[in-house]
Design a protein around this ligand. Structure first.
Ligand code: ADP
Ligand code: MG
Length: 283
């Protein structure tokens, strides 16, 4: 004689799942239950499928949180980047960097090139990939970062700012060299680079050759030299020579970027290609 089956109390199950904070299991359990009954799947399969959905939902929420916390100015993705528009750029190398091994080495990436070639786009694309791989990321423009330091100093929370920098795995410093800094700004940025040295990886974008960095850092060649030394100790230099994508789009909005004649662009583009120190240039 078999013992009669106790009827399932769905309200009680819902309450347990709520108490255990398993919202996806709670939402999905009726559908997974129907699925498993229809295919006569064992109990373990039912539990495994539910647990899998809970884990997947948590992982994608965590990625979303990291992407939000990074404060990217625009959701640029490497998948949307037209590598054919920058033929000198080694796509394979960029995709290798996207795997994030440089983060484990606490190495830095510098994206060098004239305005409009896609440095910010690639920097954001690499950083978003790092978020997806579980890293904590923060995006700043160089001037925004200096502003952050000045504000923190005024509000006596420099230590808190530095603690939050120390908890970050990757920081993007965009547009270094676009605006010259005064002495205080240069010193804060130097402090920032020193703090990150071998602790937090950086992706720096710049249009300036290293020889011109003293101009940006309040004409202080010693400080600029010390900063370059820290930044380039472990570095992957990505040179992005080419014409401004923006400019090409506005000159030829309907044509493919690769069809643009270089002469169309050169007339307006005056930026020179930056020169990293040859000894530190990654191939
Ligand atoms: P930079 O930082 O070098 O000045 P950006 O990354 O800001 O250039 O690029 C300017 C605009 O052109 C952005 O909207 C960017 O998404 C787009 N862009 C630049 N290069 C490319 C490319 N090769 N493929 C797709 N979009 C590009
Ligand atoms: Mg930019």
């Amino acid at each position: 004689m078999t013992t009669p089956k106790k009827p399932v109390n769905p309200l009680l199950l819902n309450e347990y799942l709520q108490t255990l904070r398993l919202p996806t299991m709670l939402r999905e359990s009726p559908a997974v239950s129907r699925e498993c009954t229809a295919t006569d799947a064992p109990y373990e399969t039912f539990l495994e499928r539910l647990a899998e959905r809970e884990v997947q939902a948590r992982q994608s929420k965590a990625i979303e949180r990291r992407l939000q916390a990074a404060h990217f100015p625009a959701p640029k993705e490497l998948a949307e980047f037209d590598f054919s528009a920058v033929p000198q750029l080694n796509k394979r190398r960029v995709l290798e960097l996207a795997r994030g091994e440089f983060l484990a080495e606490k190495a830095n990436v510098i994206l060098l090139g004239a305005p409009g070639v896609g440095k910010t786009h690639v920097a954001i694309g690499l950083a978003r990939e790092a978020c997806r791989r579980g890293h904590r990321v923060r995006f700043f423009t160089a001037s925004g970062l200096v502003h952050e330091y000045l504000e923190a100093r005024e509000e006596r929370r420099i230590l808190r700012l530095e603690a939050s920098i120390a908890r970050t795995d990757l920081i993007v410093v965009d547009e270094l060299g676009y605006l010259p800094l005064d002495k205080t700004g240069a010193e804060h940025l130097f402090g920032f680079f020193s703090r990150c040295y071998e602790q937090t990886s950086l992706i720096v974008t710049t249009n300036l050759p290293f020889a011109d960095w003293p101009q940006t850092f309040a004409n202080d060649a010693r400080l600029a030299g010390a900063l370059i030394d820290r930044l380039t100790h472990r570095i992957h230099v990505v040179e992005m020579c080419g014409e401004s994508y923006r400019l090409r789009q506005s000159l030829h909005p309907t044509s493919s970027p690769t069809k643009t004649k270089p002469s169309d662009v050169k007339a307006k583009s005056s930026s020179k290609t930056p020169e990293p120190p040859a000894s530190r240039r990654a191939s």
